[in-house]
Design a protein around this ligand. Structure first.
Ligand SMILES: Cc1cc2nc3c(=O)[nH]c(=O)nc-3n(C[C@H](O)[C@H](O)[C@H](O)COP(=O)(O)OP(=O)(O)OC[C@H]3O[C@@H](n4cnc5c(N)ncnc54)[C@H](O)[C@@H]3O)c2cc1C
Length: 408
């Protein structure tokens, strides 16, 4: 975990000051807004792709991954629920492969423990639909289990049938972020903590932006040829501070809180246990996940909110008990306690359409050199390395950044 704020601008990038000049504005090649899992995956990917380019990550908090990236289930999803051809489906499947490979190579704590989607006989058609959709996404590994097979794996789960997903796993998300950051910093990336982007305007003489930045008590200006907005819950708010962006180019967002309750004592499960998702809820249902230490927690539920407030309300407990007892009737309610909450940045869509991730480039908003990622809810952790690859290819294809050594 990075704990100190490195100097934002390398001295070498600042030209010597002549007495009759105003100080030149320091210039870099790529500025990434947000040190969540996506911003850090991007910093790693872009610093590998453009090794001699100056890359800075701005993070308004004092530590990396303080928002959604440390408030989730830490599940490596297989990629089975999302609409075939969607960015969510493609980036989840590709991201999962990249993530397992990365975790193995760099020994990031993770376990491919598998998941069971458990159902009553009346829900078999829903499970078949999941299996069908998974196949369309290239995930062929799902298997139906009958009650006996299920009980051999999970004796405490009550269900008639289950769908087994061997590719699903769990990861230490902080270990992963720290590793992305370590690799990026070794490549020369600068992380500026306590540093917030407060405004930006296009330079006007070619691609690039003049950025207004608040770094602790100090206001500063910085030019960057490429600007990447991966500010998570704040991505739309950041976008509204970029001059020249039409508000009509921005998606409408909602915030959906997901609360967790933890189970004290030994976990009754050794795999992840999910109910059949309820399409009206647009969530995966209150499921049982395990962390790397084997602790069991249940969640997340679905709570639309207007502000970013993370307290878990004890009044939600009865809903949890009711949902969990559907598949775990032995639950002793006094073993449940409030844990933590995360908030999904969800794009508003008509009716019951499930929103996709949105990645905007010049073609969407008209500003050359600007990339924006909106609505990166689940499976954003799993998809992070694939999203980074995708943006890397777009930056490379734009030819704004060559692989040479000169900056602006
Ligand atoms: C309840 C819940 C459960 C989930 N479970 C899973 C799961 O099991 N598996 C999975 O794959 N995904 C899961 N996700 C999704 C995953 O957590 C997110 O997709 C992912 O963490 C998003 O990362 P991010 O980097 O886009 O956003 P964030 O982690 O929110 O990072 C954005 C960063 O930008 C910074 N920032 C914002 N504005 C500014 C500014 N103006 N200047 C500087 N910095 C700024 C913020 O401080 C923040 O650190 C879950 C999400 C939720 C809410």
């Amino acid at each position: 975990m990075a704990s100190c704020t490195p100097p934002l601008i390398h001295a070498a990038t600042v030209a010597p000051l002549r007495i009759d000049q105003t100080p030149p504005v320091p210039a870099i090649d790529i500025c990434i807004i947000g040190a969540g899992i996506v911003g850090l995956a991007l910093a790693r990917e872009l610093s590998n792709a453009f090794p001699s380019r100056e890359i800075v990550v701005l993070e308004k908090h004092g530590r990396i991954g303080e928002e959604t990236s440390s408030r989730n289930s830490e599940v490596i999803h297989a990629g089975i629920y999302y609409a075939p051809g969607s960015i969510k489906a493609n980036s989840c499947v590709r991201g999962r492969e990249l993530l397992y490979r990365y975790c193995e190579k760099y020994q990031i704590p993770h376990r491919r423990i598998g998941k069971l989607i458990v159902a009553a006989r009346s829900e078999i058609a829903a499970l078949e639909n999941i299996q069908y959709r998974a196949r369309a996404n290239g995930v062929d590994s799902l298997e139906f289990l009958d009650t006996n097979q299920l009980h051999r794996l999970e004796p405490h789960v009550q269900a008639d049938v289950a769908l087994w997903s061997p590719e699903t796993g769990i990861v230490d998300s902080h270990g992963l972020m720290t590793s992305f950051l370590g690799e990026a910093e070794a490549n020369g990336v600068t992380l500026a903590l306590h540093t917030e982007l407060t405004g930006a305007e296009p330079l006007g003489n070619g691609p690039g932006f003049r950025l207004q930045i608040q770094s602790g008590p100090e206001a500063m200006t910085l030019d960057s040829r490429v600007l990447i907005n991966c500010a998570g819950l704040h991505a739309v708010s950041v976008a509204t501070r970029i001059a020249g962006l039409l508000p009509s180019s921005l998606p409408e967002m909602s915030f959906i809180k997901g609360n967790y309750m933890s189970l004290t004592g030994k976990s009754p499960f050794v795999h992840l246990i999910y109910p059949v998702p309820d399409p009206a809820q647009r969530g995966l249902g209150i499921h049982a996940t395990l962390d790397m230490a084997g602790q069991c927690r249940f969640g997340p539920d679905i709570e639309p909110v207007d502000n970013l407030e993370y307290t878990v309300d004890l009044l939600r407990m009865p809903l949890f008990i009711k949902e969990i007892q559907q598949y775990y009737p032995e639950l002793e309610a006094n073993r449940l306690q409030t844990a933590y909450a995360g908030i999904r940045p969800r794009i508003k869509t008509a009716g019951s359409t499930v929103p996709d991730f949105v990645i905007q480039d010049k073609d969407s908003h008209g500003l050359e050199g600007l990339w924006q990622l909106f609505g990166i809810e689940s499976p954003g952790l799993t998809a992070s390395m694939a999203l980074a690859e995708h943006v890397r290819d777009q930056v490379r294809n734009s030819a704004i950044i060559g692989t040479g050594t000169a900056i602006l």
